[in-house]
Design a protein around this ligand. Sequence first.
Ligand code: SF4
Length: 465
Amino acid sequence: MYEQNNPQEFMIRNHLKRFFEKWHADPDFREQVFTDSVQAASRHNLKVNIEEIRQLWDTEYASLQGDQAPISPTLEIYQKYFQQSDKKDFRANISTNPQYTAWRARQIARNDSLHKKAHHDAIVHASVAFELSKGCSVGCWFCGISAPRLEDLFLYTPENAKLWREVLELLKEILGPATKTGFCYWATDPLDNPDYEKFCSDFHEISGIFPQTTTALALRDPERTRSLLKLSRKKGCDLDRFSVLSLKILNQIHEEFSAEELAFVSLIHQNSESDTIKANVGRLRERNHKKAELSELSQEDDFSAQGTIACVTGFLFNMVDRTVKLISPCRASDRWPLGYIIFAQGSFSNIDDLRAILQRMIDEHMSPTVRDNDLICFRDELKYEKLPDGFQVSTKIMTRKFRHQNYLRELGEAIQKGDKPAAEIVGLFNLLGVPSDKTFQALNLLLASGCLNEEPRTKTLAYAR
Ligand code: SF4
């Protein structure tokens, strides 16, 4: 661990981190730095020479210096810790379940055509998320998943602890190592639940990973937060996150927690002065619609704006209600205002119920190949166009062409009509001399590339118990 190997360098790294936290959140601080960087650093107790990294915050200076800008010791530390990407590749955390793996891959391919690369790269497509409360006490006006008010908690009673551990074991059995990408919050704040740490410790014991925490309640009980950070680090989690809702809260967090204590905590700047642009989804989308200003409404068609904050392609549980949904991100729309598609949902009262529900979700929605009775049509967001030797489908982000085979032009037309199941299309092409396996192969390629519509045709109905 580098904090032990080189404490001086670690201290500078942490104060650099703190400098940029203030820089991105606070325009007054930026002005102070431009006026007198040494005084600004000392006023905020930043133990770092920010003149030595001037090219990182003063664009005019950086362009004058060009490639000739000196590499100072502080800049070297910055480059070592913040420019070398040591991001974990959650997308590579592949499940041992071939149906889930194929389904998740095509949801990722679908999302590739919906978001700018930088936005989609930030979506980890985690396998599972657990809500350990019903609702959230924070009530952020911009909440991208429109969390309702806090109503109830899933406490670590003997009965709940037993069910919790059974659920984790079941997911491990079904998903394999992909369970490690899970986490224990969604439209909830983890620290609303007084037993959150106990649930996370079980998660660690069963999956081998201590789940990442994101909380807006770091200041509610600083001693509890401190212990959670220590526990999380001790169990191997190397990044937790605090949501910062105002500049006042940022300053309080910086007063309460030292730069070292926040060494492995990323601050998410949600304050109005920060340079973060919020996604047009959930409560913020509702608000934008209410304002009914054309410029804001047009954000829906603006693919450069972030269209979701959802990051799970898999199972979303609410442990209070004992419900589970099969979800994957999409751009927020009237049908999916929270920025994720709900493919299926159900409720369970015990682990046997849950096993049956998850198996049904997998069997009904995650077939790796097209089945005879599947109605074949393109996704609604795709624009279809004929080509002389095939067809193409596109969004504002991406175009996919299928060509160089005589029958593809007719296949595109048949899919565009969207009124036939796979077996009927295959039969028609058989009459035209195209062997069944060739047509199925083409349909399977379209399925795998996320071009076929898999959304529920009607409102997602809950599986009955
Ligand atoms: S953004 Fe997070 S903390 Fe805020 S209301 Fe939504 S779930 Fe709660």
